[in-house]
Design a protein around this ligand. Structure first.
Ligand SMILES: *Cc1c(COP(=O)(O)O)cnc(C)c1O
Length: 415
């Protein structure tokens, strides 16, 4: 550096001469925070390459911290490329905006995550992209709704709120045969209940392997695990597809905060332990809820009798040492003889289950839903009544069971 005299203190504090020694290694990756990334010279600046992880160009395009999380998430889901976005919903909207254009059609399951449908009903419609809703439990209905204009099929296994488990293998086969791209919202399976890019267990990328084209994941849920981070990921195994999505991602200007990335990097090593603990507690409570007189139906794909149980068993039954794997979520249909006011009183009466959206954190949550306003298709597989969804946290199961019992007794005069 050419500096005639000693620079001012303020300058020296910005351009400080000290560089720490290389070779610092610790269990937790470093938090690199940057909008600006500094290039050594003009030639390097001109040769900048943001399309892959070979270098750094600008904070929006990645830092060592975001690259590390992306690579770990690709491993989790069995993908080869991964992109971080500011929320699970941003992962959904980015994929739809990247892969759909005017005149295209997108298919969405009737039990999809609600905001995915809302995006299609408003923004996509404004852009001249049509959507059709298909029956997630009837592959023939999906097949019949694919037209020459269909470019993308959204999949969810199981569906949000009502948790019907579809025949994912058959759905993907149908879309493959028709040359239509598939995107799975893999938040529930989280990379732990089944392998989205290797549904038949042949090994992802192997001869005869079957998988979705894109997997989106609300990292807000289990990967974060704290109820304190909003983030999403978009994982692929096809470089060209990844690049199409990455270009849109760049043009939309989507970035994630380094401290949030660090929180997910910190939570990721315990994710499988947490996932299976949430699962065990949720199955225990779901089974017990099924015995209660106020409950007309329990919706949990791992429980026999739940819609899509056989499909769950086929896809997720071998996970977790043969016990099968499921997220810590279940819903119940409160019998139609109980009024909405009673259902509300039950939810209000819970002390440990808090009223709140999202899931995947240590605190148990409950949400009552108005199903008729959420569905367009048939719901004959659901008993009449009011749907209440529980997200089971990491509290002691006996305490949660006692909480459910006291609130039911108070609201319904039973249990
Ligand atoms: C929560 C959730 C999302 C959205 O995640 P956010 O980070 O809250 O935007 C998407 N899909 C599913 C299935 C979810 O449960």
């Amino acid at each position: 550096m050419k500096q005639p005299s000693t620079p001012d203190l303020s300058t020296r504090l910005i351009h400080h001469e000290y560089t720490p020694p290389q070779g610092f290694h610790a269990p937790q990756p470093a938090v690199h925070k940057a909008s600006t990334v500094i290039f050594p010279n003009v030639a390097a600046m001109r040769a900048r390459e943001w399309k892959d992880k070979s270098s750094y160009t600008y904070g929006l395009h990645g830092t060592p911290t975001t690259y590390q999380l992306e690579e770990r998430l690709a491993t989790l889901e069995g993908g080869l490329q991964c992109l971080l976005v500011p929320s699970g919903l941003a992962a959904i909207s980015t994929v739809s905006l990247a892969l759909l254009r005017q005149g295209d059609e997108v298919l969405i399951p009737d039990n999809a995550y609600g905001p995915n449908k809302a995006l299609a009903e408003v923004e996509l419609r404004h852009y001249g992209i049509r959507h059709r809703i298909y029956d997630p439990l009837d592959p023939a209905d999906l097949a019949s709704k694919i037209t020459d204009a269909t470019r993308l099929v959204w999949l969810e296994a199981p569906g949000s709120v009502t948790l019907e488990f579809p025949d994912l293998v058959e759905q993907v086969r149908i879309c493959r045969a028709r040359g239509v791209a598939t995107v799975l919202d893999n938040t529930w399976g989280a990379g732990l209940a089944f392998a989205p890019f290797d549904l038949l267990g042949h090994g992802a990328g192997a001869e005869g392997a079957l998988g979705v084209d894109v997997s989106v994941h609300a990292l807000t849920k289990y990967p974060s695990g704290g109820g304190d981070v909003l983030m999403g990921s978009i994982t692929t195994r096809d470089e060209g597809l990844h690049l199409r999505i990455k270009l849109t991602h760049m043009r939309l200007g989507l970035g994630v905060g380094a401290n949030d990335v660090e929180a997910v990097l910190r939570a990721l090593p315990s994710m499988a332990l947490r996932y299976h603990a949430h699962d065990a507690a949720a199955r225990d409570l779901a089974q017990w809820m099924g015995l209660q007189p106020a409950v007309a139906q329990v919706l949990h794909p791992a429980l026999p009798g739940s819609p899509g149980h056989a499909q769950w068993k086929a896809l997720c039954g071998a996970a977790n040492g043969g016990q099968g794997a499921a997220a810590g979520l279940f819903s119940v249909v409160i019998d139609a003889r109980h009024s909405q006011a009673q259902v509300d009183a039950f939810c209000d009466g819970l002390r440990l289950f808090k009223l709140g959206y999202s899931w995947g954190g240590p605190m148990s949550l409950v949400v009552p839903y108005d199903l008729p306003s959420m569905r367009t298709g048939a719901t004959a597989h659901l008993r009449p009544g009011t749907v209440v969804r529980f997200s089971v946290g990491l509290e002691a199961v006996d305490d949660l069971r006692a909480d459910l019992a006291q609130a039911m007794h108070q609201a319904f005069g039973t249990a």
